[in-house]
Write a protein that binds this ligand. Sequence first.
Ligand SMILES: [Zn+2]
Length: 326
Amino acid sequence: MIDGLGEHQLQAYLASGQLPELARRLPEWRGTLTSTFPSTTMSAMTTLYMAEPPAVTGWLGYSLFDGDDVLDMLFQRRATPQGEVRALNSAELARLRGVDSQAKRLSALGVPCRHIAPATFQNTFLTDWFSEGADFLGYENHADVPALWPAAFQPGYTLAYFPEYDTACHAYGVGSPQAVAELRSLDGLLAALLDSRPRDCAVLLLADHGHINVAALPPSAEYLACLNGLPAGEGRALTARFLPGKAEAARHLLSEVAEVLTADELWAQGWYGGPPQTEADRARVGELTAVPRSHFQFVPPGRPHLRGTHGGWTEAEMRVPVLCWR
Ligand SMILES: [Zn+2]
């Protein structure tokens, strides 16, 4: 699982010779999947680990409303409209963990599971949830990974997760030397995996979402004046609540640069993969969600601008590869 490697980029990197090992080992079967909406790791990776859509996991974006507060799902923090930020307590975390991982379900059926990921992820909330039922195998850097592949060749199911390419794209942009260097390294790991695997070991390569390079667009002062509390969501799918009587003005402002949908429209049109499980889930997205039409992201005050990003519904963000060697 390569975080952020959309199908568009995969094709471009293959065409320009940046993935020589993969080019020499083209898969028996190749297709694509459509990511979740928003096309963001907190939604899409949770779907891949749980085998359930965001509507079922309740992980509907990078940050979500909880009453008047906003929950940061990646760092499991609560921000209040008064500006207070605190870590979620164990009861709050337990509520976010409503679905069992594939590994937990498989291991209950007697299938041994393993989870390969950066060693720094061990004993974090997300890894404890995502890999419950699996043996965790951590790596400090890519050089450690080939020594872990033999564990993946044992009978069972192994998920190997690589976040480094996504991180480089955020910091330096898609196609940057830093992003390409991460990809070249992953290309080498894939070669080591394919060349040393036993004949009865199938390998799937996939991603959670794509990536695009974006400019920053600070929300206008007029828009910010309409807000009731903090905005949530992501830069490519900004969601917010509005002061009484201000939603129509906000919609008008946003419509100049973005597609704007109400929460009811998003749920009714199936963007989250089904109806909300609870009324609390329905309210986790704001009144209006704005998805930029061109390549920019909203950067609310206090948020960093990222050179590359994702979250919207362009094909480059949504289309992800599935490569299969059997
Ligand atoms: Zn990302």
